[in-house]
Design a protein around this ligand. Structure first.
Ligand SMILES: CC(C)(COP(=O)(O)OP(=O)(O)OC[C@H]1O[C@@H](n2cnc3c(N)ncnc32)[C@H](O)[C@@H]1OP(=O)(O)O)[C@@H](O)C(=O)NCCC(=O)NCCS
Length: 178
């Protein structure tokens, strides 16, 4: 299969935070943001493989700043690495205030894993990915470590099998085995 670049999977979604989307502090409700991020990341994964995709895991979510009611929220998702049937997708979330100043800050980030499936829900092969920018390469390089960590946490891999995580779990053996 021909490799694709992360920019081919770029997905941008823009939303405005309405009263219905907020918590008791009039900031965006975290569950609403998770839903928007999942949707944006799923479209990105689909653009990479052009198949049906399902969320396998949420590897990481970081709510750095509250997002006040009225904010304009822009989500940008790109596939950072493709494995056999799974793809890691990074989502960056930016907010603009509604004061007319046009200030834009990064409020959140998240990393999701999607799996491409056939009509019966069975995993199928996805195209490889070729990172182009420095940030894309950095995210690509860290993706196997995050995949192994997710598999360990879900009980699908033993820590001693995680080649990328040996330094974390078995520091005494890290430089002795590959
Ligand atoms: C995701 C799913 C397709 C995986 O199926 P499976 O039978 O476990 O298939 P496999 O063990 O062959 O795994 C398939 C791929 O998913 C990856 N994967 C499975 N579970 C994972 C997890 N918890 N974290 C990271 N990757 C995971 C595997 O590493 C494998 O990746 P690879 O082919 O790129 O190496 C299946 O568990 C599923 O359908 N889950 C429900 C998905 C869903 O409904 N999501 C919406 C939630 S509301």
């Amino acid at each position: 299969m021909k490799a694709r670049t992360p920019s081919e999977s770029l997905t941008i979604m823009t939303e405005i935070v309405l009263p219905n989307d907020t918590n008791n502090l009039k900031n965006l409700f975290g569950g609403q943001l998770l839903s928007w991020m999942d949707r944006c990341a799923a479209i990105s994964a689909h653009r990479h493989c052009r198949r049906i995709v399902v969320t396998a895991t949420v590897n990481h979510v970081s709510f750095k700043h509250p997002v006040p009611q009225g904010s304009i929220v822009t989500l940008e998702a790109k596939v950072s690495r493709a494995f056999s049937s799974s793809m890691e997708v990074c989502v960056d979330v930016f907010i603009e205030d509604n004061t007319g100043q046009g200030h834009r800050i990064q409020a959140n980030e998240a990393i999701y894993t999607f799996v491409a499936v056939d009509q019966l829900g069975g995993p199928i092969q996805v195209p490889p990915i070729r990172p182009e920018t420095e940030l894309e390469q950095k995210r690509y390089d860290g993706a196997l470590r995050r995949k192994q960590l997710a598999l360990i946490l879900s009980g699908k891999m033993k820590p001693e099998e995680a080649s990328e995580l040996k330094a974390l779990f078995f520091p005494e053996n890290a430089d002795k085995t590959s």
